[in-house]
Design a protein around this ligand. Structure first.
Ligand code: ADP
Length: 558
């Protein structure tokens, strides 16, 4: 811009100087012309007086170079001429200046002289005898004077040009430098050029509009980041070619990425071929789903294409990932449970069916009939307890049992259950004792009962002959603990963490033999969880086991 201003300034200066010089030359020329005319007139008057007194002698004595003097008789005949032979010259009476002088005493004219082949100015004066004295000068002389000034004028022109070159360069910089210092963040505070006020005002208004738009965009982005940041799910927005546009914190945590991944290809974060295939499918406009494993947890990954308005083409893609480990595990458990249940029911059903068939065909001796009926009865009892346990555990799963909380006296409950099971214990034989004391605790009657019942029942089942069972209650700071200690077979260490799983048994055949379903301890575990009670096991193989349940003294806040 400085260069531009400088260029235009120089152009204007050069044009001004040239036109100034031309005007001066023209003025000088016209001034010289009138000066020359006046001078010529004065010279003519002066010479006329001299000729009047001295006649031809005066004219002959003249030694003149640039001026032409002509004396013309009253009839127009040329008497004397300083530049030509009068005899060769024609009658001059008709020359305008001569004619004018003859008529009015003075005459003037300017014209091209054929005699001298140049433009001449003439001044004529009538003498007392009627003759006319005429002096002529070439116009060239005026032009020569004017042209003679041209050289100094060119020098002056060049000097002026140099000076103005320097000045206009500085001025251009001075004009521009305030513009460079303009504070465009506060346009209205610049008062250097009032002419720029409307322009600056406009910038100010536009800046305000941009600021408002920026603010609302930032607010929208902040809201988006806050909302997506609080989502449990992982969310990634991609451009049509798979570049990450937005990624929320959960997704960054899952894929071990940080903010710098924005703008990069999503395959840079996750390279699994099934993911790439799903991504390609979505890029072609089809929704795709897959389940991926991240550090042992399963994530359902949904990839949906986002089409352009009124077009099938994909503008971008949305990836939503959510943890389905629990759902998947529950589904797996359900399948395992179903297959375990069918397996558990198959054995007694086969036994019953086999016995019944033999009885039906009469292939059983009379004295053995009782034995077969007893086997059938035993298997039916087993099935009944199995079905009861299955129903109970599925009720627990569904939460469809009565879940109302009561104050429960655990000691009373333990004594009652011990009394119920004592006949069975005596068959082993095994003794049961209930000791200790504790205040009543909040609980759900059926759940507390099933915990104590299953633990004492197991202590009988897995005890040794003449073994002992000690049920003890103790009050702790926040809990009341109920422990069931037996002197039974104990549980191998490697099985201790698994015995609470559904249908898990240390010794399957022994458990079945003694009427176990493999569900007792999983009912205990589930019930303890619902009561927010803590369950512990200590056991030594061959020495016995102690199951301890710590019930809370105060009802948990749901
Ligand atoms: P079951 O109906 O087979 O008894 P449980 O779920 O009650 O099923 O117990 C699971 C397994 O844990 C049992 O099969 C048994 O092997 C073991 N177990 C449970 N209680 C005891 C105990 N008091 N002493 C030794 N082993 C036990």
């Amino acid at each position: 811009m400085t260069k531009r201003i400088f260029k235009y300034m120089e152009l204007i200066i050069v044009l001004t100087l040239i036109s100034g010089f031309v005007a001066v030359l023209l003025l000088l020329y016209s001034n010289f012309k009138s000066v020359q005319q006046n001078q010529l007139k004065a010279e003519t008057n002066f010479a006329a007086k001299a000729v009047e007194s001295q006649g031809m002698d005066y004219l002959s004595s003249l030694n003149i170079k640039n001026t032409r003097v002509t004396w013309i008789a009253s009839d127009g005949k040329v008497l004397f001429d300083s530049k030509a032979d009068p005899s060769s010259m024609g009658n001059h009476a008709s020359r305008p200046e001569v004619k004018e002088a003859m008529e009015s005493g003075d005459g003037e004219s300017t014209r091209f002289s054929n005699t001298l082949t140049t433009e001449m100015i003439y001044s004529a004066k009538r003498l007392s005898d009627g003759s006319v004295l005429r002096i002529a000068e070439s116009r060239n002389s005026v032009l020569m004077i004017a042209l003679g000034m041209l050289q100094p004028m060119i020098w002056i022109f060049l000097i002026l040009l140099l000076v103005t070159w320097f000045i206009s360069g500085r001025m251009a910089k001075q004009i521009i430098s305030p513009l460079n210092k303009f504070d465009l963040d506060h346009p209205l505070e610049n008062e250097e050029y009032p002419e720029l006020a409307p322009f600056l005002h406009r910038i100010h208004v536009q800046q305000q509009e941009i600021g408002m738009q920026k603010e609302s965009l930032e607010r929208a982005e902040k809201d988006f980041v806050t909302v997506t940041g609080r989502m449990k799910e992982c969310l990634i927005l991609l451009s049509w070619d798979g570049k990450i546009l937005t990624i929320n914190q959960q997704a960054m945590n899952l894929l071990h990425a940080d903010d710098s991944c924005v703008g990069r290809d999503v395959l840079f974060l996750e390279r699994r071929s099934e993911f790439e295939r799903a991504l390609n499918k979505a890029a072609e406009g089809e929704h795709s789903e897959l389940i991926m494993d991240f550090s042992g947890r399963k994530y359902q990954t949904d990839i949906s294409p986002v089409p352009f308005d009124n077009s099938d083409k994909t503008a971008g893609m949305v990836i939503l990932m959510f943890d389905v480990t629990d759902r998947e595990n529950a589904e797996l458990m359900r399948r395992e449970f179903t297959s375990n249940v069918s397996h558990e029911l198959k054995t007694p059903l086969h036994t019953i069916s086999g016995c019944a068939e033999l009885l039906e065909k009469g292939n059983v001796r009379m004295e053995d009939t009782q034995k077969f009926v007893h086997v059938i009865y035993g298997q039916v009892q087993r099935m009944i307890s199995l079905v009861e346990d299955i129903l109970y555990i599925s009720h627990l799963d569904e939460g469809s049992i009565d879940m109302s909380w009561d104050n429960i006296d655990l000691k009373q409950m333990a004594e009652r259950i011990a009394d119920q099971l004592r006949p069975e214990a005596e068959k082993r034989p095994v003794t049961i004792s209930v000791s200790g004391s504790a205040p009543a605790v909040p609980g759900i009657y059926r759940l507390n009962e099933s915990i104590i019942h299953n633990l004492i029942e197991n202590a009988i089942k897995y005890n040794k002959d003449n073994g002992e069972i000690h049920v003890e209650l103790k009050e702790e700071k926040d809990t009341v603990t109920l422990s069931v200690r037996d002197t039974g077979i104990g549980i191998p260490e490697e099985d201790q963490s698994r015995i609470f799983e559904r249908f898990y048994r240390v010794d399957k055949s022994h458990s079945r033999e003694i009427g176990g379903t493999g569900l007792g301890l999983s009912i205990v575990k589930h019930a303890a969880e619902l009561l927010h009670a803590e369950l512990k096991l200590e056991s030594r193989l061959g020495e016995g086991s102690t199951f301890t349940v710590a019930f809370r003294k105060s009802q948990p806040l749901s």
